[in-house]
Design a protein around this ligand. Structure first.
Ligand code: ZN
Length: 340
């Protein structure tokens, strides 16, 4: 993806997400009324999920389902609830023809209206195993154009390489809730103000720093790694030529949290293939592609270790893929280290 064009309008910190989507994207060829409406639907779904996440310890949404809440409704696990919330909201305005979720076996058709121009892929609650211990979790999404609006949507319509995404983003439910949206207009972050109930532009035009000190990889898998991968990580820890200390390591174990930090601070995140997961662990459609799109739109890179993530043509909805995200230099160095 080319670097985003120089912006002709100036965004202003503090601008509400809805205003950015309505006015900030105005004039961009991809930003039709339907597209802006769809983005606002995703933001609305994020608010509903955030509201549940914020009360997670209070309303019996933790752990296994089977319980009944005070209203006599069956209590769902938070990830199931997030999943249903996204489908319900996306099903409302006939912009989204169908959506594919990491939680579901196959796609759900939401509108047969030929005017429904978009397809959405999402991971409703990434890192949900971390809910019980109050660690950041998130929602990841990507938007594709519906290829043949005259025909019913099929699973094959979703099996397209990530460079066909027109937008991608995520919501991180961390110490604050933030929605990060990437389009060909660049990548912007909006922080949620719960007292007002709106997202406001807080991180304008996010660019992946060219250099970063942090590497993120699950070192518990080291015994399963290939020798070049092990040598690469060992090399990261060594003092630099000028005698300063080597890289520092962080690992949350929630993709959204590790990728968010890497996007803002630079460095590299890697979930490579190993002996136990020769095809990688993360999902191409719901996790790797949206983040690859965001990193490239922010001037960074995303690789399988052998090539560009966004060029991989998916063969199955739930296909897994090795993933590295970071600055261009770090990702290039990772790729060449794996070849040595
Ligand atoms: Zn996930």
């Amino acid at each position: 993806m080319a670097d985003p064009p120089e912006r002709t309008t100036t965004l202003r910190i503090g601008m509400p997400l809805e205003t950015y989507v309505l006015e900030g994207l105005l004039g961009r060829p991809f930003a039709t009324g339907a597209f802006t409406s769809l983005v606002n639907q995703l933001a609305f779904a994020a608010k509903l999920v955030a509201a549940r996440v914020r009360r997670a310890g209070l309303v019996d949404v933790l752990g296994d389902t089977g319980a009944t809440n005070v209203q006599g409704e069956r209590v769902q696990k938070l990830d199931e609830e997030a999943n249903e919330t996204l489908f319900r909201v996306l099903g409302r305005r006939h912009h989204c023809a169908a959506a594919a979720s990491e939680e579901d076996e196959t796609i759900r058709v939401l509108s047969n209206d030929p005017a429904a121009k978009y397809l959405v892929v999402f991971d409703p609650l990434d890192g949900s195993s971390n809910i019980d211990v109050n660690i950041s979790i998130g929602t990841i999404f990507g938007i594709l154009r519906r290829p043949m609006p005259a025909l019913p949507v099929t699973e094959a319509d979703f099996l397209r390489p990530g460079h066909e995404l027109i937008a991608a983003g995520y919501v991180i439910y961390g110490s604050s809730t933030m929605l990060v949206l990437g389009t060909e207009d660049g990548v912007h972050g909006f922080t949620y103000d719960p007292t007002i109930g709106a997202f406001f532009l807080s991180h304008e035009n996010i660019r992946v720093p060219k250099t970063g000190e942090i590497y993120a990889i699950n070192e518990a898998n080291a015994e399963l790694w290939s020798p070049p991968l092990r040598r690469w990580v060992h090399g990261l820890k060594q003092p630099k030529a000028d005698g300063s200390r080597g890289r520092t390591q962080r690992w949350v174990g929630t993709l959204v949290a590790d990728a968010h930090r890497t996007l803002l601070r630079g460095g590299i995140f890697a979930y490579p293939a190993d002996r136990a997961s020769p095809a990688g662990r993360l999902r191409l459609l719901y996790e790797a592609n949206p983040f690859a799109f965001l990193f490239e739109a922010a001037g960074g890179a995303a690789s399988t270790g052998e090539g560009r993530i966004l060029d991989v043509v998916p063969t199955a909805l739930h296909q897994r893929i090795p993933l590295a995200l970071g600055s261009k230099a770090d990702v290039a160095e990772f790729e060449s280290a794996l070849k040595r």
